[in-house]
Design a protein around this ligand. Structure first.
Ligand code: TXA
Ligand code: MG
Length: 322
């Protein structure tokens, strides 16, 4: 269904403007993927180095062949099985359609069909590819509500579509299918178990230093102002909190429920998600809340590493990196 807001957003994109829109993972900052002028503005607003590629969002899995070339069987299988969904597939690019401005000069392009009704309405109304990184300034925490986008980008964005809080809460899983062997470049909304189920074999995350440099893989990323300290379990969190509080640091806790009963007084509870899915949904809001509360330190206990817990643990480690 095309509402007036979606129709207007599509016009803004056609005119070379920037539109923030919800996806099931995080909010994206969209630009017409076929306009180098619009892409230049996107990179400027995002304050992102121009050699870092952006994902092109498509309205229909059928468009894989129009934007990529030499599509592998793995890529095709993943697209058919997981799109629309929180999966980005990196394939060799169709040079006639995908410019260096999208790929940072690489011969490959990241493609994804998001599973979010407003995003799909926008893509279909716009009738083209929308290049979109997460709608935050480079290196900051990704936005999962329209209010987060406004807080970060203010007047630098020409329109914001508000679809409420994102259902998944962490970014898409990225699989590089441009080479001989499919590899995971970033863990995210689609689990490695699901990918293995689709491909009929195990698939692994590329080691650090392996594969193309990508901003999502920089050690220090997704960072709030507060220092993030990751500890393995709640007992260790309590010990760390006691030391920090004695030292006068304003300290918060984000840890899986149930929280221990004997928490030190003065420790601020920022979040206590019930399971890994809820943890993913609230993660970025909690990192922002640490700053809203002017915490010096946020102590975070990751969820169990299975399923989407792996992506949550990954983002927490990057938030904690110096
Ligand atoms: O869930 C998501 O993927 C969100 C929503 C908005 O779709 N987007 C997102 O975009 O997280 P961004 O730009 O914040 O992160 C995209 C990641 C970056 O790490 C980028 O380097 C990588 O995708 N990427 C894009 N194209 C690539 C390519 N051709 N080869 C390798 N990595 C690529
Ligand atoms: Mg990002």
């Amino acid at each position: 269904m095309t509402t007036a807001a979606v129709a207007r957003a599509a016009r803004v994109l056609h005119a070379g403007g920037l539109v923030a829109f919800p996806t099931e993972t995080v909010y994206g900052l969209g630009a017409d993927a076929s306009s180098t002028v619009a892409l230049a503005r996107l990179y400027a607003v995002k304050r992102r180095p121009v050699d870092h590629p952006v994902i092109v969002h498509l309205g229909d899995p059928d468009q894989l062949d129009a934007w990529g070339r030499d599509i592998s069987d793995d890529a095709r299988l993943l697209a058919v099985s997981c799109w629309p969904g929180p999966l980005t597939i990196v394939v060799r690019r169709n040079e006639r359609r995908v410019s260096d401005a999208v790929t940072g000069g690489r011969d490959t392009v990241g493609l994804r069909v998001p599973d979010q009704p407003l995003a799909l309405d926008l893509l279909r109304e716009f009738d083209g590819g929308i290049a979109a990184p997460s709608a935050n300034r480079f290196g900051h925490v990704s936005p999962t509500t329209a209010a987060h986008v406004r807080a970060d980008l203010a007047d630098d964005v020409d329109a914001i579509l508000d679809g409420g809080p994102c259902a998944v809460g962490v970014e898409s899983t990225i699989v590089d299918c441009s080479g001989d062997r499919a590899r995971v470049l970033r863990q995210g909304g689609i689990t490695l178990a699901r990918l293995a189920g689709v491909l009929g074999r195990e698939i692994h995350e590329a080691g650090d230093g392996e594969g193309p440099d990508a901003p999502g893989r920089l050690a220090a990323h997704y960072r709030p102002r507060a220092r993030v300290v990751v500890v393995g379990h709640s007992e260790a969190a309590i010990a760390a909190a006691e030391d920090l509080l004695v030292g006068g640091a304003r300290t918060g806790l984000l840890a899986p429920a149930p929280l221990p009963a004997d928490l030190p007084s003065g420790l601020e509870i920022v979040g206590a998600p019930a399971d890994a899915e809820e943890y993913a949904r609230v993660l970025y809001r909690c990192l922002r809340e640490a700053d809203d509360r002017a915490l010096d330190v946020l102590i975070a206990v990751p969820p169990a590493p299975g399923g989407i817990g792996a992506a949550v643990g990954d983002r927490l480690r990057r938030a904690a990196a110096n």
